[in-house]
Write a protein that binds this ligand. Structure first.
Ligand SMILES: [Zn+2]
Length: 127
């Protein structure tokens, strides 16, 4: 019985946070979930090479999924802060660092931590 390694914990948390943000935007369809899985597989390899990067995994998975969605569906997540003007996506900051957040560069604000987009989007978070 191996205890769950910190690396697996980090990957599991990253997956959960990104899925939560996808659900907040109503885009957690089956093929989107598989994009998350594909990213987690890649990042598992990456973080095995560089265990110090475990804290960065959530931000990286979020960016991987954002890129994959852009190719297939379009921008995600759309900025919930700016009510007018062109719809635009949020960016992950830091791109490579711990404690990643979604930010709107247009308004210059941090919108939510990765994994907490649901509580920032104005809608009631599902209980
Ligand atoms: Zn914005």
């Amino acid at each position: 019985m191996d205890p769950v390694s910190p690396l697996e914990q980090a990957l599991h948390a990253a997956r959960a946070r990104v899925l939560s943000d996808l659900a907040a935007g109503d885009v957690a369809a089956a093929d989107v979930v598989s994009m998350v899985e594909a990213s987690v597989v890649q990042r598992r390899w990456w973080v095995e090479q560089w265990p110090e990067g475990a804290a960065y995994v959530a931000g990286l998975v979020a960016q991987d999924v954002q890129d994959a969605l852009l190719e297939r569906y379009g921008r995600w997540p759309l900025c919930p802060v700016c009510g007018s003007g062109d719809p635009h996506a949020l960016d992950v900051e830091p791109e490579l660092g711990p404690d990643p957040h979604w930010v709107c560069h247009k308004a210059g604000v941090k919108v939510a931590a990765v994994g907490s987009l649901g509580s920032a989007a104005g809608g009631a978070a599902p209980s």
